[in-house]
Design a protein around this ligand. Structure first.
Ligand SMILES: *Cc1c(COP(=O)(O)O)cnc(C)c1O
Length: 362
């Protein structure tokens, strides 16, 4: 059954998966969400016998329903190859009775590689499917790790250019060096005066600028995004949760009828949202535990129902989590508000305006 993508801010918008990947963000400023979260077709038992690529196919085919089997398998094969230093791709390692999902085996050692190694292929395939002749200009805001992983993913990919914006004083020295030494004729890196939220807000404003879009179109370009606001980044992240559950079952560590809790260090709310989608697809996931650093806007939100970005932005030793405007939370809010675009828009307006919103009193 086909899954279409609707905007979290406008009920009337419906696009295909490939269109959503190409656009990145909806024109109304909303994020694309699947019109239903599909259920896993294969049982966990069956998935336990599959390798990473096979599981990736089983998950992605349910969301990217306008891709052919050949197109999707081709994207997966190109992404999860020897760029990863282990064929397992995402090993599950036990220490002190807890399992750690190692997501750092890709080209740039950031977990972002899990999705950004496939996004360029999904993007160019989407462009072909939609007869896009324009060159695609990827705009990406980064608080550290996304920048390098996105640059590495898109470097040399025909038909694309990538521009990364990072907070000049807000990333680690290694992250900055990783980015500014990136090779490739189609890669650009810009340090901005401001923090990650400024970079992300700036990029969102460029996306919403209709006059600029027309100017770009006339010159043969169009914008897209490599941030986790792009559904083409979110869906590949569901795969490793499914893979982890299947492996736990295989090892006899997850018993039929039992669930696992997942702890996710959170910034832009992409990774933990992928776990939420996995849970809603029927995976045996119990609690989702959102870990924050000193910029604990999400921790406070889940405790009080109030999201308040009016607070000091703290630069920490974990810059990838130094975020006060957590973009993907909008997808969760939309869903728990009963897929109500009007209600969600109202809340988002409050967040952009006064800088806070209240979901319920406690
Ligand atoms: C990106 C990143 C995060 C935040 O992930 P989100 O999906 O944005 O919540 C946390 N830690 C590290 C090391 C990261 O690279």
């Amino acid at each position: 059954m086909e899954v279409l993508y609707k905007s979290t801010r406008d009920d009337k918008i419906r696009v295909t998966a490939s269109e959503a990947i190409l656009k990145g963000l909806s024109e109304d400023g909303g994020l694309f969400v699947p019109d239903r979260i599909p259920a896993m077709e294969k049982s966990l038992q069956e998935l336990a016998g599959m390798d990473y690529k096979e599981v990736a196919y089983e998950v992605m085919k349910l969301y990217f329903t306008d891709f052919t089997q050949e197109e999707l398998k081709d994207c997966i094969d190109r992404a999860y190859d020897s760029k990863f230093d282990t064929e397992v791709i995402a090993p599950l390692v036990e220490a002190d009775g807890v399992y750690y999902l190692e997501l750092f085996h890709g080209a740039t050692i950031a977990f972002k590689d899990m999705a950004l190694s496939i996004l360029p292929h999904l993007m160019t395939t989407s462009a072909k499917k939609n007869q896009v002749k324009n060159e695609i200009v990827i705009l990406t805001a980064t608080s550290g790790d996304t920048g390098k992983a996105a640059l590495a993913g898109f470097a040399g990919v025909e038909g694309t250019k990538i521009i990364v914006f990072y907070p000049k004083n807000g990333v680690s020295p290694i992250q900055e060096k990783q980015m500014i030494t990136q090779k490739g004729d189609n890669t650009y890196v810009v340090g901005i005066h401001g923090n990650f939220d400024d970079a992300q807000t700036g990029v969102k404003q460029i996306f919403a600028d209709k006059a600029l879009a027309e100017k770009m179109e006339a010159a043969g370009y169009q914008f897209s995004s490599a941030n986790s606001i792009n559904i083409g980044r979110l869906v590949p992240q569901i795969v490793y949760y499914v893979y982890a559950c299947a492996n736990l079952l295989k090892e006899g560590r997850l018993k039929e009828g039992k669930t696992i809790n997942v702890v996710v260090p959170t910034g832009n709310f992409g990774n933990i949202l992928a776990a939420f989608y996995a849970k809603n697809m029927g995976l045996p996931i119990g609690k989702l535990i959102c870990a924050s650093n000193e910029n604990k806007v999400l921790y406070d939100f889940f405790n009080t129902g109030v999201y308040d970005k009016n607070r000091e932005f703290v630069l920490t030793s974990s810059p990838s989590m130094d975020i006060l405007i957590s973009s993907n939370l909008e997808r969760l809010i939309y869903r728990i508000a009963g897929d109500d675009a009007a209600k969600n828009s109202e809340l988002m307006k409050a967040l952009t305006g006064a800088g806070n919103m209240r979901l319920r009193k406690r």
